[in-house]
Design a protein around this ligand. Structure first.
Ligand code: FNR
Length: 193
C-alpha cells in the first residue's frame, strides 16, 4: 500500500496549516493511501550546526524524523509563509533529514519520493509565495512535486469557532490535492517495481 507522511511547517496550537493538512490527508486516504500525520512539535531539534553534528552526531529526534520520511513513499506538506518563504522550523527539519549517516544512501529520505504542497494564511494570497520556494527546495533534493498546489487565502473566514474548516469548496479542493498526491505516488511506485 502507498504510504504518505503528512507534516506541516507550524507547531502553533490551532495551526491553520496543520488543519488543512488533515483534510488533504483524508482525501489521500479516500484514494487508498495509508497516511501518517505527524506534528513537528513531537520532534524538537536544535538548529543545525555542523560543528555540533561533528561532535554529537545527528540528534535522536532528527534521526526519528528522517526514519519516518524514509519509510514513506511520498509526502503531504502544508507550510505557513514567513516573509515570503518557509519557516526555519520546516527547513531545519529537512536539513537534518538530508544528512547522511553510516549505512544511509544519499538523500534516502527524499530521493524518488513525491509531494503535494499547500499553504494557508489569513492573508489574501494564502501563502502562495512559499509554495514557489518550497517546490524548488523539494525538487533540488530529488522530490517530484505534484504540479497542482493549493494556497488557502483568508483561511480564518473558512472555519467555525472551534477552528475546524467548514467551507465545502475548500474541503473539496484540499481532498482533491490529497487524492492527486496519492495517485501520483502510486504511479511512481508502479514504475519503480
Ligand atoms: C507571517 N505571516 C505571513 N503571512 C503571509 O501570508 N505572508 C508572509 O510573508 C508572512 N510572513 C510572516 C512572518 C512571520 C515571522 C510570521 C510569524 C508570520 C503570517 C503567517 O502566515 C500566519 O501566522 C499563519 O497563520 C501561520 O500559519 P499557522 O501557524 O497558522 O499554520
Amino acid at each position: 500500500m502507498t504510504r504518505l507522511l503528512a507534516f506541516s511547517g507550524s507547531t502553533r496550537n490551532g495551526s491553520f496549516n496543520q488543519a488543512i493538512l488533515e483534510i488533504a490527508a483524508e482525501g489521500a486516504r479516500e484514494s487508498g493511501a495509508k497516511v501518517t500525520v505527524v506534528n513537528l512539535a513531537d520532534y524538537p531539534m536544535p538548529i543545525y550546526n555542523e560543528d555540533e553534528e561533528g561532535k554529537s552526531g545527528v540528534p535522536e529526534n532528527a534521526r526519528g524524523f528522517k526514519r519516518l520520511l524514509t519509510e514513506h513513499d511520498g509526502f503531504l506538506i502544508a507550510s505557513p509563509e514567513y516573509n515570503s518563504s518557509y519557516p526555519a522550523l520546516l527547513k531545519n527539519a529537512i536539513d537534518w533529514a538530508s544528512r547522511m549517516e553510516e549505512g544511509d544512501k544519499p538523500m534516502q529520505a527524499f530521493k524518488g519520493k513525491t509531494a503535494g504542497i499547500m499553504a494557508a494564511s489569513a492573508g489574501g494570497l494564502g501563502g502562495m509565495r512559499v509554495l514557489v520556494v518550497l517546490r524548488m527546495l523539494l525538487a533540488n533534493i530529488g522530490v517530484t512535486v505534484l504540479p497542482a498546489q493549493l494556497a488557502v487565502a483568508k483561511v480564518n473566514t473558512l472555519m467555525d469557532d472551534s477552528g475546524v474548516i467548514t467551507d465545502e469548496k475548500t474541503i473539496k479542493q484540499l481532498k482533491n490535492l490529497g487524492k492527486q498526491t496519492a495517485e501520483l505516488t502510486m504511479k511512481m511506485n508502479a514504475q519503480v517495481l
